[in-house]
Design a protein around this ligand. Structure first.
Ligand code: GLN
Length: 539
């Protein structure tokens, strides 16, 4: 069957960080609410094949899909807004494109030809954009181009869009996101940066169809008309995107601005259904009208850049709304916490979350935070490395295995309670070689995990090389740390719990990747609820 999907390309101008991901996700949400199936793809102009090898300080969190792709954090927004899983096809980098072209060249696919940016690289980009449309699953494919128009590295992507727009004709449109800055000295909104940014796009042969303008103040009809006139777009296609108190307001703001209507009109389509955003609205109502307030600590080593823990922070927000509870996060740098100050640092929190991570930096702080939560019976959620720290802490302080550690952190330690998975022993390359993606996990009855999920088998996403060392399992269980979630195929311990504790759960997987607005993750919801029962502050 021929590809009949409509393609919407989202570019950005003036500055980075205008929120192309949120605009793309909001538009997708509105089209989905109008009865259409939608997917969103991100094109990233960097040379890394995927962001899996990037330090989180560079680009924030690495998001993991069900099929085990390590991707840009914007895919997390797409899933949280749409509630539809993404996959490797939803994130393409320059590195992946070049790798594929170079592999083809080595295979002899272009034999005799000079391999060039145009047409070979641009063809490869066009092919990757259309992979999703050709599946015939989606009415709309929204493709967001990372970076800012005018950047050298995003040029081949912009050129591919120019060609595709020409080839697809009425099936494609370009939405350009810009900034309309407010100059407080003169009290004016300025349209010139938007005009220049559209000119840059025009130089590359791309005429945007819709302009979404980020602004701190309402644009007003006059400014919209002015932008329309200078940029060759209809004035109903100049959409204001005013700063919002939460990203989850943006779909409703875009609906007020009729972004979805303009898109459908330009693509010659009508709504299948009257958009129903009741569930979304009731989420926002709970989010904005909490009845109680708690504070939870998030202990991690990348806390200076909150995007490093994007999905965790959003998972906490979803769970807070579900419990009608405002959850403030106390971000604690794991290198700033130790046995001497942990009581003081954690005295005002009702829950402790120890974050994922790699390497030794900040480990003793994470272990000190676990010990505090376990001994003081404060609700605890340990994710991936956070779970591994909980196992190490229990081994050292309850089992009295003083030299217990993870072999990632001390290779020759006397008691490697966390050790390298067998499947990892032969692997030498770093990129894309961890245990990645969704795996099944069977839950023991009569556990916090089972009470939380209300299911015997769950599927959660993983991203790690090390695991619980089953040689120590009997010793742990005899002393009160139970393995309550086990991978049915290889017997890997995926969840640990401390018996004599109101809520202490460590998970080897990453629940944060699966929390969405419509379906907050049960583990986060349950963790927040347990924390509300631990010294709640009434609003
Ligand atoms: N560094 C640990 C491992 O590889 C944990 C990884 C993580 O927290 N994502 O097993």
């Amino acid at each position: 069957m021929a590809d009949s999907s409509k393609y919407i390309f989202v570019t950005g101008g003036v500055t980075s960080s205008l929120g192309k991901g949120i605009i793309s996700a909001s538009l997708a949400k509105l089209l989905q609410a109008s009865g259409y199936s939608v997917t969103i793809q991100k094109l990233d102009p960097y040379i890394n094949v995927d962001p899996g090898t990037l330090n989180p300080y560079e680009h924030g969190e690495c998001f993991v899909t069900n099929d085990g792709a390590e991707t840009d954090l914007d895919l997390g927004h797409y899933e949280r807004f749409l509630g539809v899983p993404t996959s490797q096809a939803n994130n393409v980098t320059t590195g992946r494109i070049y790798q594929s072209v170079i592999n083809k060249e080595r295979r002899g696919d272009y034999l005799g030809k000079t391999v060039q940016v145009i047409p070979h690289i641009t063809d490869e980009i066009k092919e990757h954009i259309q992979i999703l449309g050709k599946r015939n699953e989606y009415d709309f494919v929204i493709t967001e181009i990372g970076g800012t128009v005018g950047d050298i590295e995003s040029l081949p992507f912009v050129e591919a869009i120019r060609q595709l727009k020409w080839e697809l004709g009425a099936r494609a449109l370009v939405l350009h996101l810009t900034l309309v800055p407010y100059l407080s000295a003169s009290g004016e909104l300025k349209t010139k940066p938007t005009q220049h940014s559209v000119k840059t796009l025009l130089e590359y042969g791309v005429q945007p169809d819709i302009l979404v303008c980020r602004t701190e103040h309402h644009l007003g009809a006059e400014i919209k008309r002015k932008i329309a006139r200078f940029c060759n777009v209809s004035s109903n296609a100049v959409i204001e995107s005013i700063d919002a108190s939460t990203i989850y307001d943006v779909p409703l703001l875009m609906q007020q601005e009729k972004l979805d209507e303009v898109v459908l009109e330009k693509l010659g389509m009508t709504r299948i259904e009257t958009p129903n955003l009741d569930v979304w609205r009731s989420f926002l109502k709970r989010l904005k009208n909490p009845t109680i307030e708690i504070k939870v600590a998030l202990v991690g080593k990348y806390v200076e850049l909150k995007d490093s823990y994007k999905s965790i922070a959003e998972g906490i927000i979803h769970a807070g709304a579900q419990n009608e509870c405002k959850v403030s996060v106390k971000w604690i740098h794991s290198e700033s916490i130790d046995a001497s100050n942990v009581d003081e640092q954690l005295a005002d929190v009702q829950g402790v979350l120890v974050a994922p991570g790699f390497g030794t930096r900040g480990i003793s702080g994470k272990i000190a935070a676990v010990k505090y939560a376990r001994e003081n019976k404060v609700p605890f959620l340990g994710i991936c490395l956070g779970m591994q720290c909980a196992v190490i802490e229990f081994a050292r302080n309850v089992l009295d295995l003083r030299g217990a550690h993870s072999s990632e952190l001390e290779e020759e330690c006397p008691d490697p309670v966390i050790h390298l998975m067998n499947s990892q022993k032969e692997i030498e390359e770093f990129g894309g070689t961890m245990r990645l993606g969704a795996f099944p996990c069977n839950l023991s009855e009569d556990s916090t995990a089972f009470r939380t999920y209300q299911q015997e088998q769950i599927f959660e996403r993983h991203r790690h090389r090390y695991e619980f060392n089953n040689e120590y399992l009997a010793q742990f269980e005899a002393n009160g740390m139970l393995a309550t979630g086990i991978n049915p195929d290889g017997g890997l311990v995926e969840i640990v719990e401390v018996e004599d504790h109101p809520w202490f759960v460590g998970v080897q997987f990453h629940p944060e990747y699966k929390s969405t607005v419509v379906e907050p993750h049960p583990l986060f919801t349950s963790f927040v609820r347990a924390s509300t029962e631990c010294g709640v502050v009434a609003k």
